[in-house]
Design a protein around this ligand. Structure first.
Ligand code: FES
Ligand SMILES: [Fe+2]
Length: 322
C-alpha cells in the first residue's frame, strides 16, 4: 500500500463506536442502497430541471433536450435567462439558429419574432439562474415551485461545473453516489481511503482521504443527501473546507439518456481563499478536470447499472445483511 501523508485541518469528530469493520463489498448492501434511492426518487423537485452551467448560456440561443422536450435557452440584454420550445410554431424551423432582437428571438426561416406571449402551443417556459446553474421548469405533473429545491450553499465559494451525458436514467446517477463504498476501490487515484461513519437511510456520512497529489491527501468528513429526486449533494462537515458542497444533478434527456451536471462549490475559512477566488478563471478548469475524471468512471458505473437493468429484470446479489 502506498504511504499516505494527510495535511490541512483534520476532521475532529470521534469515530463512532459502532464503526463497521466489515469489508466494503458487504457494507455496500444493494437492498439498502435501493431503499435510499426509492426515498430520494419520491422527493419533489417542483418541476425544475438543471440544464447547464449558467455561464454556458449567453445571448445566442442554445438548444437542449430536457425530458424529451426540445428547448432553447438564451439571455436578454439585461442578462435575464429565458427558455422556450426549440421549434418555431410557424413551420418548425430550429430556433437554435435564431437571432435575438431585444429580449426576443427571431426565426431564421421567415422572421417571426417570438418571446412574450404564446403562439399556438409555443410558449415560454420558466427559467431560473441560481448563480451557478441554469434551470428550466417543465409541466411534468409535479406541483410547481417558484424556484428549484437547493441544498444550502457556502456564502463565498469558488465554483466549477461539468456537464456530461450518459446512457442511463437519473436514478442510476443517484444510485452511484448513494454507494460511497466504491470510492477507494474504483477511484484509487482520487480517494486513498473511505469509511462510512453513519447511514440513517437519508444522510450518509463518510470520512474520506482525498488525494491531492501522489501520497498527499486531505481528510474530511462529508455527508451525502438528496434534496430532490434528481440531485445528490455532498457537503463537507469536518476538516478542510467545511461548508463546501458538490451538487450532482441528473437531468433526463430522453429514454435511457441523461445529463450529469456537477457543480463544485469550494469554500474555505483560510485567508488565502480570498486570493484563490480572484484566481477563479484559472482555478475553475482545474476543479472541472478533477470532477470530470471521476465522472468518466462513475458514468461507466451508472451506465452498467442501467444496462444490467435492461437485460435482467431480476437482480442477483450475494450481499449479506438487509
Ligand atoms: S418557420 Fe419560423 S417563421 Fe416560418
Ligand atoms: Fe464514484
Amino acid at each position: 500500500m502506498r504511504r499516505l501523508i494527510t495535511f490541512g485541518e483534520p476532521p475532529t469528530a470521534p469515530l463512532p463506536d459502532d464503526l463497521s469493520d466489515a469489508p466494503d463489498w458487504v457494507q455496500a448492501n444493494p437492498r439498502k442502497i435501493d431503499r435510499a434511492l426509492e426515498r430520494a426518487l419520491a422527493r419533489p423537485a417542483g418541476g425544475w430541471y438543471a440544464v447547464d452551467d449558467r455561464r454556458a448560456i449567453g445571448r445566442s440561443p442554445r438548444a437542449y433536450t430536457i425530458a424529451g422536450e426540445a428547448l432553447i435557452l438564451w439571455r436578454t440584454p439585461s442578462g435575464r435567462l429565458r427558455a422556450a420550445p426549440e421549434a418555431c410554431p410557424h413551420m418548425g424551423a430550429s430556433l437554435a439558429c435564431a437571432k435575438t432582437r431585444g429580449d426576443n428571438v427571431v426565426c431564421p426561416w421567415h422572421g417571426l419574432e417570438l418571446g412574450d406571449g404564446a403562439r399556438g402551443t409555443w410558449r415560454e417556459r420558466q427559467a431560473h439562474d441560481d448563480g451557478v446553474l441554469a434551470w428550466v421548469r417543465l409541466d411534468d405533473g409535479e406541483a410547481a415551485t417558484d424556484a428549484p429545491v437547493l441544498a444550502p450553499r457556502p456564502r463565498g465559494f469558488l465554483s466549477g461545473v461539468i456537464r456530461m451525458e450518459a446512457r442511463c436514467e437519473p436514478a442510476d446517477i443517484l444510485a452511484n453516489r448513494l454507494d460511497p463504498w466504491h470510492g477507494a476501490h474504483y477511484h484509487p487515484h482520487s480517494f486513498a481511503r473511505l469509511a462510512v461513519l453513519s447511514d440513517d437511510g437519508d444522510v450518509l456520512t463518510v470520512r474520506v482521504a482525498y488525494r491531492v497529489a501522489g501520497p498527499l491527501a486531505v481528510e474530511v468528513d462529508a455527508t451525502f443527501h438528496c434534496p430532490d429526486k434528481r440531485t445528490i449533494v455532498m457537503t463537507i462537515i469536518g476538516g478542510e473546507g467545511i461548508g463546501s458542497v458538490v451538487e450532482t444533478h441528473a437531468t433526463p434527456i430522453g429514454p435511457g439518456r441523461c445529463a450529469v451536471l456537477e457543480a463544485t462549490l469550494a469554500s474555505s475559512e483560510r485567508r488565502g481563499f480570498a486570493v484563490a477566488r480572484r484566481l477563479a478563471p484559472l482555478l475553475r478548469p482545474m476543479i472541472a478536470r478533477r470532477a470530470a475524471r471521476l465522472w468518466v468512471e462513475d458514468v461507466e458505473y451508472a451506465e452498467r447499472r442501467y444496462a444490467l437493468r435492461q437485460r435482467e429484470p431480476v437482480r442477483l446479489t450475494i450481499a449479506g445483511g438487509g
